[in-house]
Design a protein around this ligand. Structure first.
Ligand SMILES: C[S@@+](CC[C@H](N)C(=O)[O-])C[C@H]1O[C@@H](n2cnc3c(N)ncnc32)[C@H](O)[C@@H]1O
Length: 246
């Protein structure tokens, strides 16, 4: 993959795990530059870049979702994540809290207090990262955003309260760190069931589903057309546009 939208490698250390953001066990941190490039490419398939709803149905600890929430703050109105793993969602909640003014302010207060008491360099670095990320967060017209994560098996049913989603971006379970669970794993067709359910959440006239998975995976579904496929290292990115005829 050529980096079309993120041509220059920047310093992404503000997003390092266990600085401000946390990583759930068995969910490796997704590279920030790649995440940003894939999100920019996803946006390029939409008619509008404003007031968008982003959903990650396998959000794990929410690291990817939170990075996107910061980097694309100005484009996003709603940010939703779900996962079948209740423990991972505890981490996701902590990460997504940082995307709200109250949550970030609270985190900064704690960091300031800890640094005053203990004076550790890592605490100061985390505080400086929070201050830099704060500028990204407030440079947006959508101060009142809906940001949520919830427990859900995406291979079983459509999440009842989600509609008009514009971007689904998800890093599928693969490799030896995360694996499919739930109804789809039992029936042995998790990707199809996931896409069936995602389809029902979409704004069919302005949406894109971006699947991140390993290079060997074959992803296709009768209700979607593949508009782009890219490969990068061990991963591939598949961009699917929903068909409106169903
Ligand atoms: C590669 S990890 C995602 C990591 C995530 N992007 C992050 O930043 O932490 C894949 C996730 O899929 C979840 N998963 C597995 N089966 C699922 C299902 N049926 N419904 C929803 N999530 C599922 C796993 O619990 C795991 O958290």
């Amino acid at each position: 993959m050529k980096f079309k939208y993120e041509p220059i490698k920047k310093d992404y250390s503000d997003f390092s795990s266990d600085k401000l953001l946390v990583n759930a066990p068995r969910t490796p941190a997704f590279p920030v530059r790649v995440a940003s490039e894939i999100m920019a490419r996803s946006l390029s398939f939409l008619d509008t870049a404003e007031g968008l709803t982003l959903y990650d149905p396998c959000c794990g600890g929410g690291h990817l979702l939170t990075v996107l929430g910061f980097c694309y703050s100005k484009n996003l109105k709603n940010v939703y994540g779900s996962d079948i793993d209740a423990k991972a969602l505890e981490y996701a909640q902590k990460n997504l809290n940082l995307l709200t003014p109250e949550g970030l302010a609270k985190k900064m207060e704690t960091l300031e207090y800890d640094y005053e008491k203990q004076g550790k360099e890592v605490q100061l670095e985390a505080l400086n990262s929070a201050k830099r990320l704060e500028t990204q967060l407030f440079n947006t017209t959508y101060l009142k955003k809906d940001i949520q994560c919830f427990h859900w098996d995406i291979t079983k049913e459509k999440p009842p309260h989600l509609k008009n989603v514009n971007i689904v971006m998800t890093d599928l379970p693969y490799g030896n760190m995360a694996y499919w669970q739930g109804e789809g794993a039992v029936q042995n067709n998790p990707n199809k069931q996931m896409l069936d359910n995602i389809y029902q959440t979409l704004d069919l006239h302005n949406s894109i589903v971006t699947i991140i998975c390993n290079k060997e995976e074959k992803i296709n579904h009768q209700k979607f057309e593949q508009v782009k496929r890219l490969k990068h290292g061990k991963r591939q990115f598949i961009f699917l546009r929903p068909l409106t005829i169903y």
